[in-house]
Design a protein around this ligand. Structure first.
Ligand code: HEM
Length: 419
């Protein structure tokens, strides 16, 4: 087993090559010392076994306010671009009883039955978005449209915005801030401006939902606040977290599924012909291109020794879970782990939705969106093709979300048959 390097590996804040970076980190051991954007030291945990053990370890916390000395001692750089990930007060940054308190009100919205009931609405939205995609392609002088903006990102956005209960007049404003809030190469001024805009939008939303409650998550959070079970800050923060968790993640999953299928026609053929189910395409995409590439941060609440790897993490060390690396681990998925293969036996053996106490609440919803959106897209536009070479697609500038800025495509075929 190679020893972890003593020289920390600087993560690229622009995330130009997430998988090149994870391959380099894996060579350094099951976890490697890294420097986060903004100059903050941390560990990147790449080994899937170690990831699983840390995610269920009772002495690993996500609460910087309790367990991160660098935060408590004021050692973080001012205007740190990742600050919002630490400061937001939600289930995602909570530990112990607080974690349970903050997760409890969200759970009923994600039961198997509630998610199944969303299917007709998602099918309707998909159909409308595909109509609009065809219109946009007809209107574009060169016939090129951005599939990410019109479809891969828009579907999850409309789905989660309705679930949270945003009035339609607020859809675009909230979507715009969500597009920038997760960029990890923002300047301090940009990060501050976005944080202020988010706070303003959340205040407006809370005013609307207080006046006009509905059958939605924002209303549930407000009711829970009224019962004294959530603080003033936890309500807007949970709203923002839900929108981000349901939107950027699923957008990246659909984005990579489409790009992978367009660049691997043999794999697309397996799905379109029905020889491989679309659920398998979704799982292989999650394994091969973990939409949440890195999740920040976790902190051992005491010195922690992992017997299996021999690694020791000190109390208060910052840990990044590298889901992108875990999905391509050669020991689990073989030497060709970097290949997109929808027939792979280990496809479902991924950690893209996390593991343990913080396991993704929206996993079944995201899977449902994929199973509905992908066959509908390829059946409506069988000639769909990328309008640029795959290596010209620009990655999102985020170490957290793994996707593309745009997916320029041509719908091809006869426009009369599109609608
Ligand atoms: C492909 C899409 C998705 C992926 C890859 C994904 C991934 C993840 C991951 C990795 C975590 C755990 C983070 C950690 O603690 O390390 C998580 C948590 C979470 N996800 Fe998702 N997610 C997706 C879709 C969704 C959707 C659609 C929703 C619903 C709005 C959602 C809501 C949540 C929530 C609320 C949590 C926090 C759970 C907790 O901390 O207890 N996610 N997700």
């Amino acid at each position: 087993m190679p020893l972890p390097s003593r020289c920390p590996f600087p993560l690229d804040s622009g995330a130009a090559d997430i998988h090149g970076e994870t391959a380099a980190l894996r060579v350094l051991g099951p976890a490697a010392r890294v420097v986060l954007p903004g100059g903050v030291p941390a560990w990147s945990v790449t080994d899937p076994g170690l990831v699983r053990r840390l995610l269920v370890h009772p002495r690993v916390s996500k609460d910087a306010r309790l367990h991160w000395p660098a935060y408590l001692d004021g050692d973080l750089p001012s205007g740190w671009p990742l600050q919002i990930w630490i400061e937001i007060r939600t289930v995602q940054t909570a530990y112990g009883p607080d974690r349970r308190r903050l997760r409890r009100p969200l759970v009923p919205a994600f039961t198997a039955r509630r998610v199944r009931d969303l299917a007709p609405r998602i099918e309707e939205t998909v159909s409308e978005l595909l109509d609009r995609l065809a219109e946009a392609a007809r209107a574009a002088p060169d016939g090129i449209v951005d599939l990410r903006a019109h479809f891969a990102a828009r579907l999850p956005w409309l789905t989660v915005a309705a679930l949270v209960g945003l009035p339609e007049t607020m859809y675009d404003g909230f979507q715009a801030v969500n597009d920038s809030v997760f960029e990890t190469n923002l300047s301090a001024a940009q990060a501050a401006a976005i944080t202020a805009e988010v706070a303003r939008l959340c205040d407006d939303l809370i005013a609307v939902k207080t006046e006009h409650p509905g059958d939605d998550l924002a209303t549930t959070l407000l009711d829970t606040h009224r019962e004294g079970l959530l603080s003033d800050q936890e309500v807007p923060d949970s709203i923002l977290m839900l929108l981000g968790a349901g939107y950027g993640t699923t957008a990246c999953m659909l984005d990579h599924a489409v790009v992978n299928l367009l660049t691997h026609p043999d794999q697309l053929e397996l799905a379109v012909s029905g020889r491989v189910g679309w659920e398998q395409v979704v799982e292989e995409t999650l394994r091969h291109q973990a939409p949440v590439a890195n999740f920040i941060l976790r902190f051992p609440t005491e010195d922690l020794h992992d017997e299996t790897t021999g690694m020791t993490f000190a109390r208060g060390d910052a840990l990044v879970i590298n889901y992108a690396a875990a999905g391509r681990d050669p020991a689990v998925h073989g030497a060709d782990a970097g290949r997109f293969d929808v027939t792979r036996a280990t496809t479902r053996d991924h950690l893209a939705f996390g593991h343990g106490a913080h396991y993704c609440l929206g996993a079944e919803l995201a899977r449902l969106e994929g199973r509905i959106a992908l066959p509908a897209l390829f059946s409506r536009f069988p000639g769909l093709d990328l309008a640029v070479a795959p290596d010209r697609l620009t990655p999102l500038p985020s170490i957290i979300f793994n996707g593309h800025r745009e997916i320029p495509v041509r719908l091809e075929g006869n426009p009369d048959t599109w609608a």
